[in-house]
Design a protein around this ligand. Structure first.
Ligand code: COA
Length: 316
């Protein structure tokens, strides 16, 4: 079986910026509380006329342009999301039409909450090995502002909207991404009811318990990926973490003695964008020229489900 590597990345975020001061103006919170506990300064929310489908298409187009791959070369398309605009058609089917992707390929949504992008990369690796086309499109996107409960100050301040996309190539000689992933069913810690529940869908979370889960899951994933690939921290060019809380990232970095120039946080600007957070980081790092041809990236995610995952992915 061949592995996959990144050929191009892209991103799109809504134009409406919601600062910590905006929250403090409408509820009992403060910029100091939010920034010191989470690292978040502001986040983006979809405003009038902005849709998550629009952001998905914009991010995907940017990734295709960056990769030089044409829409007709794509062999599968997965959108990782828990907040698609419509359940049917899926966000991936809508994207197929928007971009003119081939009709004879699988296009579908995948929900693994904040770990969704990594679950999707792993799934894409399997799919492309069975496809005559060798390129795949993987998107992570969320419209979390639609499902936040404005009466719950401990969660509503955390989340933002956005989309990130990657074009990947499956070719002979590509190393496997060596994905490790898992899940542990739990409604109690993180919950977003579906349409069938009859109640308005709001996200709820036991933040302190999720924090404890995350500070164990992230190092576990890093350790597993390093062990499976026979690599050390020195062999990795960049560590890309799901952006849920700056303290979770810093604790993991400290545990593995990852030098500051080898990891990145953009949570201050976007908050937690769930499935979009890892591809948003990849896209910004690429824009800044900090990752590119030949870079070896260890990515780690965790979130609702509960789910967790890690993988090692190289830039073409
Ligand atoms: N502003 C001011 N005070 C707030 C607040 C806010 N926005 N939200 C909660 N508080 C208060 C609480 O009411 C509580 O007050 P009390 O001690 O008087 O009861 C106090 O702050 C501490 O609340 P707690 O929930 O224990 O805070 P915390 O230190 O655990 O931080 C999170 C809360 C959400 C920032 C933190 O738990 C977290 O980041 N968890 C992980 C979340 C995560 O990773 N989720 C995504 C999974 S993908």
């Amino acid at each position: 079986m061949n592995g996959i590597r990144l050929c191009g990345v892209g991103k799109a975020v809504p134009s409406k910026i919601v600062s910590n001061a905006d929250f403090a103006a409408r509820m009992d919170t403060s910029d100091e509380w939010i920034s010191s506990r989470t690292g978040i300064l502001r986040r983006r929310h979809c405003g009038e006329g902005e849709t998550i489908s629009g952001l998905i298409a914009q991010a995907a187009r940017e990734a295709l342009d960056a990769s030089g791959v044409k829409a007709e070369q794509i062999g599968a398309c997965i959108v990782a999301t828990a907040t698609a605009e419509t359940l049917v058609p899926s966000a991936a089917c809508t994207l197929q039409k928007d971009l003119g992707l081939p009709e004879n390929i699988p296009c579908f949504d995948l929900n693994a909450a904040c770990t969704g992008f990594l679950f999707a990369l792993h799934t894409m690796e399997c799919l492309l090995n069975a496809s005559p086309r060798k390129y795949g499109l993987v998107v992570g996107a969320e419209n979390l502002s639609r499902v936040i409960d404005w009466s719950d100050r401990s969660t509503c301040i955390l989340f933002g909207d956005g989309a990130g996309a990657a074009v990947v190539e499956c070719a002979e000689g590509c190393p496997s991404i060596s994905a490790v992933m898992g899940c542990h069913g739990s409604r109690e810690l993180l919950y977003l009811p579906g349409a069938e529940s009859g109640v308005h869908s709001y996200l709820s979370m036991e933040g302190t318990k999720v924090f404890k889960f995350a500070v164990e899951a992230v190092p576990w994933c890093i350790g597993q990926v390093l062990e499976r690939t026979g690599k050390t921290v020195d062999d990795i060019d960049f560590f890309v973490f799901h952006q849920a809380n700056a303290r979770i990232i810093d604790l993991a970095a400290r545990k593995f003695r990852i030098p500051p120039e080898k990891y990145y946080k953009n949570i201050a600007e976007y908050g937690n964008t769930s499935a979009a957070s890892i591809p948003l980081v990849l896209s910004e790092l690429s824009e800044q020229g900090r990752i590119g041809s030949g870079s070896r990236i260890l990515a780690v995610g965790f979130g609702g489900g509960l789910t967790w995952g890690g993988c090692l992915i190289e830039f073409a």
